[in-house]
Design a protein around this ligand. Structure first.
Ligand code: CO
Length: 211
C-alpha cells in the first residue's frame, strides 16, 4: 500500500474510534485547549510525548527539537514558552531528555554533520562545564547517559532564567520547571529531581526583578 495513503486510512480509523465512544469529541475539543503542561522534548520518533504520559489531545502543549534544547536566544523556544505560560497558564514545564539520544552522542564526537553542529554546540558547552565529572566516568555509555541528564538540567536552568518564567513567579502564578529522562529500552520515565518553582531556585546572577 502507498505509504502515505496508509496515514490517511489510519486517520479515518482514529476519527471513527474517537467518535464511536464520544460523538461530540471533536465538537467539544475544537473549542479550546486547556493543557496543564508544556513538554520540551527531543524530536526522536521513539519519544512520542502524549503517548508516553497517556495524555489526550488538548492536554499537553508540546515543543520538540533535536536533543530537547532551550537556548535562551531561540525565538521558537521563547515563543512557545511565552504562549504556554502567559496565555495557556500551564503549571508545569517538563524538559524530557532520553538516554541514547543521537543528538547528545553527536555532540561527544568531532564529526561534522552540517548545520546541526551549531545547534549541538549547546551540548558541547554542557560537556565543557562538567568535564571533570564526565571524564571520571570510564564507561562510555554511562558517560554519554550522564551527559543526557546534565543536558536536561541545563535546559531546566535556561527555562528558569527566562524573563517569561521569572515574571510568572513574580506575579505568583504557580509554575514549576521539571527535568525528566526517558529510557528507550523499557519505556520508563524518571524524575531527575531538579525542579525549579520560584526565584529562590535561580542563581542570583540570572535573577531579573520584573516590574
Ligand atoms: Co534525542
Amino acid at each position: 500500500m502507498d505509504k502515505l495513503r496508509l496515514l490517511f486510512e489510519n486517520n479515518s480509523d482514529w476519527v471513527r474510534s474517537k467518535t464511536s465512544k464520544d460523538p461530540d469529541y471533536f465538537a467539544r475539543t475544537s473549542k479550546d485547549q486547556l493543557p496543564l503542561y508544556l513538554w520540551v522534548g527531543c524530536s526522536d520518533s521513539r519519544v512520542p510525548a502524549n503517548e508516553i504520559v497517556g495524555l489526550d489531545p488538548g492536554e499537553l502543549f508540546v515543543h520538540r527539537n533535536v536533543a530537547n534544547l532551550f537556548p535562551h536566544t531561540d525565538f521558537n523556544c521563547l515563543s512557545v514558552l511565552e504562549f504556554a505560560v502567559d496565555i495557556l497558564k500551564i503549571e508545569h514545564v517538563i524538559v524530557c531528555g532520553h538516554y541514547d539520544c543521537g543528538g547528545v552522542k553527536a555532540a561527544m564526537t568531532d564529526h561534522h554533520l552540517g548545520l546541526v553542529d551549531n545547534w549541538l554546540r549547546n551540548i558541547r558547552d554542557v560537556y565543557a562545564a562538567h568535564r571533570t565529572e564526565l571524564e571520571d566516568i570510564l564507561n562510555e555509555k554511562q558517560r554519554y547517559n550522564r551527559l543526557v541528564e546534565l543536558n536536561v538540567l541545563q535546559q531546566v536552568k535556561n527555562i528558569s532564567h527566562t524573563t517569561i518564567v521569572q515574571r510568572a513567579w513574580d506575579r505568583k502564578q504557580p509554575l514549576t520547571v521539571h527535568g525528566w529522562v526517558y529510557r528507550l529500552d523499557n519505556g520508563k520515565l524518571s524524575d531527575l529531581a531538579c525542579n525549579r518553582s520560584g526565584t529562590a531556585d535561580v542563581d542570583p546572577i540570572y535573577r531579573i526583578r520584573t516590574p
